[in-house]
Ligand binder design. Structure first.
Ligand code: ADP
Ligand code: TRP
Length: 329
């Protein structure tokens, strides 16, 4: 043990990362990686990808896409343990022990579960019901105390805390209660009106690999109004556009836009052009690194291999103790 507090986070392998993933999760991962008080573990949640309908060939491709996005964004295998969830079977074993202290009703009533049931009514599997239990195991296999993720993951973290408490009461384990690490971009709205920017809603996102003309095209689809009025809209296209202005051009600029809305009016075309450029500027260094990585697949393989070895060493230690506590050791 290094005596440092641990951090764990993961992103499902469902496609290339978008601005929501970057601002809500990856930026937090980066800032904790830079903090010497923490030991950071970042995984590709490939097993969680299998909880909703997926294509095995796409999963294989997307696992690598997420690793390359991680590395290009600045996650550094010298400072963080970067690995694939499925390469550390201790997670699924721990999830089974955790399942002994969680009721079926608790899982069925979770809002994130209900949302997925609505989205995929024909694919309500045990894997989906188990999603939060596996996520708790991902975190607690390393006794991680901080989890950089977006606001939408808060219900899952609440479950992880409940599980930690229940395990400690029932079996005398010593799991910590993990907390979310917040970033200023914890909720990035969709480009098309309602809800958050999400890989699973087409047209809702800008990916980190989009070039300037694609970013322009995507922003062009954000629905706007006449640009002027007494009250700045609180939801819908204009509201979302202004959130993006705040995130990429600064809060001062956002306030100026709001004042313009209430006086002479906003010219959306010019604002969208400026915003496209601001987003692209922020993504440029990422995209340069990303292009280099695409040509070095052996490096990507090595990162995952070495990462999973390091992660397993830690997770195995936890599992050895838990096996003893639950009566198996
Ligand atoms: P998606 O919904 O696009 O499939 P994931 O569920 O894989 O994204 O989320 C990966 C990480 O990115 C999580 O930490 C999640 O909270 C964060 N995240 C996803 N979408 C957003 C968003 N629009 N705003 C802020 N954070 C987000
Ligand atoms: N549920 C997370 C998401 O949809 C992904 C995830 C799986 C995760 N296991 C995790 C995030 C552990 C943080 C910690 O984004």
């Amino acid at each position: 043990m290094s005596g440092k507090k641990r951090v764990l986070s993961g992103i499902r392998a469902t496609g290339r990362l978008h601005l929501g993933n970057y601002l809500g999760a990856v930026k937090g991962m980066l800032s904790l990686q830079d903090n010497p008080d923490y030991e950071t573990l970042y995984m590709i949640a490939d097993l969680h990808t299998m909880t909703t309908p997926y294509d095995p060939e796409e999963l294989r491709v997307n696992r690598r896409e997420v690793v390359m996005d991680y590395l290009a964004a600045g996650l550094d295998p010298k400072r963080s343990i970067i690995f694939a969830q499925s390469d550390v079977p201790e997670h699924t074993e721990l999830a089974f022990y955790f399942a002994t202290v969680v009721s079926v009703a608790r899982m069925q009533h979770l809002p994130t579960f209900k949302d997925k049931v609505k989205q995929y009514p024909k694919a309500v599997t045990m894997a989906l019901l188990n999603y939060p239990i596996l996520m708790a195991a991902d975190i607690l296999a390393y006794k991680a105390e901080l989890v950089p993720v977006g606001v939408d993951q808060e219900p899952h973290l609440e479950i992880a805390r409940e599980i930690a408490r229940k395990m400690n009461q029932t079996y005398g384990t010593d799991f910590p209660e993990p907390q979310r690490f917040e970033t200023s971009g914890g909720y990035v709205p969709s480009l098309v009106g309602e809800g958050k920017m999400s890989k699973s809603v087409s047209g809702s996102y800008i990916t980190l690999t989009d070039d300037l003309s694609t970013i322009r095209k995507r922003l062009a689809t954000v629905p706007t109004d006449s640009g002027k009025g007494e009250k700045v809209p609180e939801k819908g296209g204009v509201a979302n556009l202004l959130v993006l202005v705040g995130l990429f051009m600064g809060e001062d600029r956002r306030r100026t836009c709001e004042a313009q809305y209430r006086s002479e009016g906003i010219r959306y075309q010019a604002l969208k052009d400026e915003l496209s450029e601001a987003i692209h500027r922020e993504l440029e260094p990422f995209q340069r690194r990303r292009n280099l990585l695409t040509e070095d697949q052996p490096y990507v393989d090595r990162v995952l291999r070495e990462g999973s070895e390091k992660a397993r060493r830690i997770a195995r230690e936890t599992l050895d103790r838990v096996r003893g506590k639950v009566g198996l050791g």
